[in-house]
Design a protein around this ligand. Sequence first.
Ligand code: AKG
Ligand code: FE2
Length: 315
Amino acid sequence: MARKLTRVPELSLRTFTRGGPDERRAFIDALMEGFQYFGFIILKDHGIGRDLLQRAYGLAEAFFALPEAEKLRYMTGPDGQRGYTPFGREHAKDSRVADLKEFWHVGREFAPDSPLAKIYPPNVWPERPAGFRETFLALYGALEEAGFAMLEALAPSLGVPDDYFRRMATDGNSILRILHYPPVPPDADPAALRAAPHEDINLITILVAANGAGLELLDRDGNWLPVDTDPDNLIVDAGDMLARATNDVIPATTHRVVNPKGLNASRYSMPFFMHPHSGAVLECIESCRGAGAKYPPITADAFLKQRLKEIGLAG
Ligand SMILES: O=C(O)CCC(=O)C(=O)O
Ligand SMILES: [Fe+2]
């Protein structure tokens, strides 16, 4: 790691998708530098319309305001991979107490006769608010497109073909999580956080920057650094699966969401977790081998199952 960065770098996606060779090279280098240094970058000019983001926030607010009994109708099973997961259910890998959040998961859509129907559970959709399905499928598609561009931009720095990660994530088990952190209840366990320190499981996460502060990353010196940006920007971070494939050349950065310091208001955010397809093998990339591969190859599916068990969402 060459120079010291003092803040999470802000990159313009347009310079990669539409730029000439020099702009693309600069984007590729800045992404790798930001990922190696912080595991996070901020992404602007990503092409996702403000109207779509605002519609999504409005629908999230309307859904989570429904009566709890109605929301519970959309729980799909112990692994919480689709539909609703209630407040107090998920906890970070090393945390004793549950996070102060409720959420909804949207997965990949496929035709009933698609081979993917044998692999992924179908989505569930709430009866109300109107437009929920259309809006969140549109957001899923838009975030996936931005994510594919990011995966392509990572490849040259790692000496793999441009489509190495893109192919891995095509038809992948990617999930859009619509998150609501309600006002912290007065009887909440004092040790509980909106989201306890954790690393994301997947390759990369494309996070629609929340409507309020709270997200913090743990920097390499062991200090918590707030990741605040304009709500129209995206935040991109590297997960465990990318760390595994890169032999920790790109580490998965620990992050958390702290409880509100001022007004105890609801917070909404929307991470898109980009996963490989279930048969993809996470194995050490040649250029990252260094003194030797630290982890044996594992399928994305086996790795995911192992991690879901650790966070209380499976088994
Ligand atoms: O709400 C946020 O800003 C981050 C959420 C997060 O880190 C997660 O769900 O994995
Ligand atoms: Fe996270």
